[in-house]
Design a protein around this ligand. Sequence first.
Ligand code: AHG
Ligand code: MN
Ligand code: MN
Ligand code: MN
Length: 336
Amino acid sequence: MQTKYMSLDEFTIQQLRMVPGGTGELSRLLRDIGLASKRINVEVNKAGLQDILGDMGVKNVQGEEVKKLDDFANNQLIYVLKNGMSCAGICSEEEENIQVFDDELSNKSKYVVLFDPLDGSSNIDTNISIGTIFSIFRRVTELGKPCTIEDFLQPGSRQIAAGYIVYGSSTMLVYATRLGVNGFTLDPPIGEYCLSHPNIQCPADGKIYSVNGGYYRQYDPSVQKYIDILQNKTKEDGGPLTQRFTGSMVADLHRTLIKGGIFMYPLTTDNPKGKLRLMYECNPFGYITEMAGGRAESGTGKILDIQPTSLHQRTPIFIGSKNMVEECMSYVESPV
Ligand code: AHG
Ligand code: MN
Ligand code: MN
Ligand code: MN
């Protein structure tokens, strides 16, 4: 059977043309991110055949070992966005400071991009799904001048678009704008992302919870109580539930978005401010999930309402199906 799948380019141009005052700059930016991700995908697929597994032998600003693929993905995204026409500057999980592109075209660009170039990189060496996460803000500083840190330190509710690529059993790019959330699967022979998951809605309830159970003793008693409740659900109250946690937020949240469920990375005694990064992980996924009808909370309020004070700040996160996150907050927001 011959099926016509719309390409990412065709879709974004058609969808964003409907927006009054649209200039096509966002479509170009999404195309650039798509292009960088295809290059990353080619490299990820060769992992094991070439000398791209393992560590660079340096630590990043997060205090983590940098993998060779973290570095490759970071460089590809910077290269493509710097040479494109739609991005004034970037900030990355792997970079200490923002990178201001500061040339004539870039300074005229409306957007800045923040990204986690490779998410779940501790999984690379064992061939488990990994991903790329991105977040796009409209600049608040004057166009025509170089962008500044102010353009980056905006609350997640002001994102214009956010998305991720999951390098899984197939490679998919999912992105959200206020017009909705759509998923595109990479068709390898033609090298195009094709619309395969239009108008993604996160189910209001789910059967899967996702948390690193190995840290149970490090969680606050209110979180432990909620996990106990999940583990003890009977058939009458929707149980038993399934537990899944890959160590790649992208893979866990892609599943949560499609099938429903809850993903949690609470405070631990080892990471008393949380582990996941607000700007590169929690904001983009908060936006995508909320645009799909789900919820994203920190335990003290909405993820998207946090006013960032630094580029690499961390936050606890409880995200996924609306009803499950609400139930979770009824325990977690009121400590036992
Ligand atoms: P990254 O590879 O970008 O540094 O992110 C890894 C993150 C996230 O993807 C995952 O959910 C979490 O770290 C897993 O952490 P633990 O191993 O502490 O559970
Ligand atoms: Mn990392
Ligand atoms: Mn990550
Ligand atoms: Mn990363």
